[in-house]
Ligand binder design. Structure first.
Ligand code: ATP
Length: 132
């Protein structure tokens, strides 16, 4: 059976490389499930979880937006930030969530409000992936 060669890369360097049977992710247009022989694709990613399936194992990665590219059974995820489930610091994510919630309560400026909303989404995503 053919597999997908997956690589997850951030500006800080590679996060994961490996062969998997299926990649599930959340593009801005909705949920995507990528299997071997998928048509070429480029899609912007939401702040969300990536699930990588190999036999009976599933690896989970929190991504903070970026792009997914599929071509010739190669899946490249270029993320602004990405953490494997086991590398997520839950205490840090809890603190980031609290800070963002406080900023959302007090912030009147629309741009800062939007920034706080994105920070809150990143923190909640990390908590969800880290605890799953
Ligand atoms: P914080 O306020 O805690 O820095 P943030 O959402 O502003 O959170 P980012 O700018 O998205 O953080 O990420 C900066 C770097 O820190 C990235 O390399 C990212 O992978 C890492 N990072 C952020 N939060 C966590 C976390 N809870 N656990 C592990 N790594 C994290």
């Amino acid at each position: 059976m053919s597999t997908l060669q997956v690589s997850v890369v951030t500006p800080d360097g590679p996060v994961l490389e490996g062969d998997f049977n299926m990649v599930s992710c959340k593009a801005e247009s909705g949920e995507l499930g990528i299997l071997p022989k998928h048509a070429p694709l480029v899609a912007p990613l939401a702040i969300s979880a990536i699930r990588l399936k190999r036999d009976n194992e599933t690896e989970r990665i929190a991504v903070s937006g970026g792009f997914l590219e599929v071509s010739d059974n190669q899946v490249t995820i270029l993320a602004k930030a990405a953490e494997k489930q086991e590398d997520i610091n839950l205490t840090r994510a809890e603190a980031a969530k609290k800070r963002a919630e406080e900023r959302l309560q007090s912030q009147k400026d629309a741009i800062d409000h939007h920034r706080a909303e994105l920070a809150l989404r990143r923190a909640i995503n990390r908590l969800n992936v880290g605890r799953s």
